[in-house]
Design a protein around this ligand. Structure first.
Ligand SMILES: C[S@@+](CC[C@H](N)C(=O)[O-])C[C@H]1O[C@@H](n2cnc3c(N)ncnc32)[C@H](O)[C@@H]1O
Length: 496
């Protein structure tokens, strides 16, 4: 296919459209890559030529499924086990020991997220590292979430088969210890490692996160490597801001060394190790405008620190500012609600706790906000006791029982969690997220038939709602998105 089939004026519009929908930056130097991706998409969408496909993309609203199909033609699938292995070494030598000391006597929970996991090598490397590093792993509640925008990559990841090229940087013992040779010459990851990782589709620039409903909250460590460098600056800023909210206080963000940027990560404290850089969530305020140059090279190109620096005004950080003072001073609950909306959970909790005496009374709102903000930070025992106060103040609020169930599930109390969910559904039979959570719970206990029943209840309720409606209690999850999540879980046969 020739570039000329698509009129020249269309390329910048297409590039802008793609940046908007999936963050990816296609500069004029990369129009040839865009052309190749567009040719594949045109074929998949049934267009005779790329020009017609481009017109359609720019004029018709895309469904999420179509967007994901398009993404599968435009994303780079380069990855391998223990890529940039210094980052994994630093995790094992410095970050994990610290986390384990903190958690050993308080819940033994560890939550990791590979936030552009590609075909699975990165999250499985994390799982193997934990398996090697934590002798009493069975006594810990470990969750490794692995997400990507590309459904094909996710399907490959969830299948767990890998070719030799994925092992290009790993020693022979690694393959022998954690994989078995499949008939076709590929290597299959052992079931005990496979079951440690939960795969899900997530678009880093469009989907809402963190959210309790999608388990994208209270992460201890997030790996988001070799993806931000393909994003435009505003989309990288947006993703980094959301990822920061998804971390617990003092949580860690690992990016590729070539993605290091003092300004993009200015609300993190950088921890420089030889050959690796990790960012720790901190409360430092943004001091400088960011500098960021998305790479225009392919993933196989030797990587260097982005240069030259590109100073721009960081307009999208505006929402970090405190709300403008208004004539009537807002109540502590209103301030806390605004802090919560912007992901400042610790500050929301502080605001509420200092004013809780004034909030005591029949109003359940401060309790619900406290419970939510604490749950989002992974402070589960505290979240649970505020759920109980919330329910004490309003026994008929299905949302209180739902949040209690989510927290109990995280704490490993499946039976109590199930009861709270049933109570929520009794009070509000059309509460989709509660049906969905019951499905997840049943699936995590290996009761797949029961899970399918709950998922189909949720799907039936979803089918009756407009796709763009935001679901109550979901932190922004839409009807359409949850429909896709459920079909992805059932189609991939993956643990939720
Ligand atoms: C080069 S791979 C990096 C894989 C892995 N993190 C690593 O470092 O080896 C980039 C991944 O980012 C994913 N990706 C691109 N845009 C994305 C988006 N908007 N949301 C989520 N994932 C995205 C691609 O599908 C691809 O799997």
């Amino acid at each position: 296919m020739k570039l000329s089939i698509v009129p020249n004026v269309v390329w910048p519009r297409l590039s802008e459209f793609i940046a908007d929908k999936m963050g990816l930056h296609f500069s004029p130097e990369r129009y040839a890559d865009l052309e190749r991706g567009l040719a594949g998409a045109a074929e998949e969408f049934g267009f005779g030529d790329a020009g017609a496909c481009a017109d359609w993309l720019l004029t018709e609203p895309l469904t999420k499924a179509q967007l994901r199909a398009l993404a599968s033609h435009l994303t780079v699938g380069e990855t391998y086990f223990f890529r940039e292995k210094r980052t994994f070494e630093v995790l094992a030598e410095s970050v994990l020991p610290q986390l384990m000391r903190l958690r050993r006597n308080s819940g033994r929970r560890l939550r990791l997220w590979s936030a552009a996991c590609c075909t699975g090598e990165e999250p499985f490397s994390l799982a193997i590292l934990l398996h090697q590093f934590i002798p009493d792993l069975a006594d810990w509640h470990v969750m490794i979430l692995a997400t990507d925008i590309n459904e094909r990559f996710l399907q490959k990841a969830a299948a767990g088969f890998f070719g030799k090229w994925s092992f290009r940087e790993s020693p022979p013992w690694f393959k022998q210890r954690y994989f078995r040779l499949a008939g076709d010459g590929r290597y299959e990851i052992l079931p005990e490692i496979k079951k440690m990782v939960t795969f899900a589709n997530l678009n880093l620039v469009e989907d809402n996160y963190p959210a309790l409903a999608t388990d994208t909250n209270a992460m201890d460590v997030i790996f988001c490597r070799n993806v931000l460098m393909y994003f435009t600056l505003p989309q990288a800023v947006k993703a980094v801001r959301n990822l920061r909210c998804a971390l617990v206080d003092d949580g860690w963000l690992a990016v590729s060394p070539c993605e290091a940027s003092q300004t993009l990560f200015s609300r993190f404290a950088p921890a420089n190790f030889p050959g690796a850089i990790l960012y720790q969530k901190s409360d430092a305020k943004i001091q400088t405008a960011p500098s960021w140059t998305p790479l225009v090279l392919t993933d196989s190109t030797p990587l260097a620190a982005p240069s030259p620096e590109w100073p721009v005004t960081l307009t999208s950080e505006k929402s970090e500012e405190e709300p403008a003072a208004t004539a009537a001073s807002p109540t502590p609950v209103a301030i806390a609600a605004s802090l919560y909306e912007r992901g400042h959970y610790a500050e929301a909790v502080d605001t509420l706790l200092t004013s809780i005496a004034k909030c005591d009374g029949p109003d359940a709102q401060p309790f619900s906000l406290l419970a939510r903000a604490l749950a989002n930070q992974g402070k589960l025992a505290d979240a649970l006791s505020w759920c109980d106060r919330w329910i004490g103040a309003d026994k008929l609020d299905a949302f209180g029982h739902y949040l209690r169930a989510v927290v109990l599930q995280e704490l490993g109390d499946h039976e109590q969690s199930r009861r709270s969910l049933q109570r929520a559904i009794y009070l509000h039979p059309e509460f989709v997220l509660a049906h969905f959570a019951l499905g997840n719970l049943a699936r995590s206990c290996g009761r797949n038939d029961t899970a399918d029943k709950h998922f189909s209840n949720a799907s039936r309720l979803l089918a009756a709602c407009p796709a763009d409606d935001v679901l109550p209690e979901s932190d922004g999850l839409t009807v359409g998105r949850l429909t896709e999540i459920i079909s992805s879980i059932t189609a991939l046969g993956i643990a939720p």
